[in-house]
Design a binder for this molecule. Structure first.
Ligand SMILES: [Zn+2]
Length: 297
């Protein structure tokens, strides 16, 4: 029996993986700050007979060294995480990035089912992504494959409007992450209009026909669609499930889909970007699938 966990900075959620991958919640608990307490918290979820633990976390595991970088979870940040947890729990442990787990969930039992090359996109607070090919997560160099939010790539004059290359948390400037997510579109709107607005209100005004909101969304579409089209050309994705808070506005995803399809080489009339189907606990679902693959090997 496999246990799936989703680990964030504040909570650990756990579920038992039943026959056919069905998840039964085991509850949640605060994320401890120290490693021994973290191991004990995971152990507290393990029923008798548990055979392995699969973990989705908002961090990156280097596939060569196994070292996790996850500033939000200091208990495991910098550790050879799967090996150290396996030693502490006496069970096999798989650990993966949450956006990768999201993409795997979509590829196997979501909007990407039946597609070989699936690029999962998160438009949440910031921008993330994961690449799944033939039903397997591609982690790549350093574990960063799919991280299309970072790189100094933005057009500085989208639609002829000056947009500065905002400095990104990764240390570069001009990253998609600085304008692409909820905080990003708010930053863009503040730059273009001088108005502070949250993304939900901004997108509601856009859908109601507000001119200022419409200009911000038009600039946003131009900024984000170019880099995303390039990524899709490179990875050959035939479907792009989109999750995160901005995906709660289907009209925005439809508009981004049109903008991206106008820029990719393949063309075609079928939608590329579609709202994700695993909207509840995609990390747990993806971890359960990845753990099943890892422990079957
Ligand atoms: Zn960046």
């Amino acid at each position: 029996m496999l246990i799936a966990c989703d680990i964030g900075g504040s909570r650990i959620k756990a579920a038992r993986v039943g026959a056919g991958g069905a998840l039964t919640t085991l509850g949640d608990t605060p994320t401890p700050a120290e490693f021994p307490a973290f191991v004990a918290a995971l152990a507290g979820f393990l029923p008798p007979g548990a055979r392995g633990v699969a973990i989705s976390i908002a961090g990156v595991v280097d596939p060569e060294t196994g070292v996790l970088t996850c500033a939000n979870v200091p208990a495991v940040n910098g550790r050879v995480v799967a090996a150290e947890l396996a030693a502490g729990l006496g069970l096999r442990v798989w650990v993966g990035n949450d956006a990768d787990c999201f993409a795997l969930a979509e590829a196997v039992q979501g909007a990407g089912a039946g597609h070989r090359n699936v690029f999962g996109v998160i438009l949440g607070t910031g921008v993330g992504g994961g690449l799944v090919i033939d039903g397997r997560i591609v982690t790549g160099a350093g574990g960063f494959a799919g991280e299309w939010g970072h790189g100094p790539v933005l057009n500085a004059r989208p639609l002829g409007v000056d947009v500065p290359h905002f400095v990104c948390g990764c240390g570069l400037a001009g990253c998609v992450d600085t304008v692409g997510g909820a905080r990003g579109i708010e930053r863009l709107h503040a730059h273009l209009t001088g108005q502070a607005t949250d993304s939900v209100a901004l997108l509601a005004r856009w859908q109601a026909g507000d001119a200022d909101a419409g200009r911000t969304v038009a600039v946003w579409l131009d900024l984000v669609a170019g880099p995303l089209a390039m990524v899709l050309n490179v990875v050959g994705a035939t479907i792009v499930p989109v999750g995160g808070g901005l995906a709660n506005v289907p009209a925005l995803i439809a508009a981004l889909d049109m903008a991206v399809r106008a820029r990719v080489l393949r063309g075609g009339t079928a939608p590329l970007l579609v709202p994700a189907r695993n909207t509840v606990e995609p990390g747990l679902i993806g971890a359960a699938i990845a753990g099943g693959q890892a422990f079957a090997a």
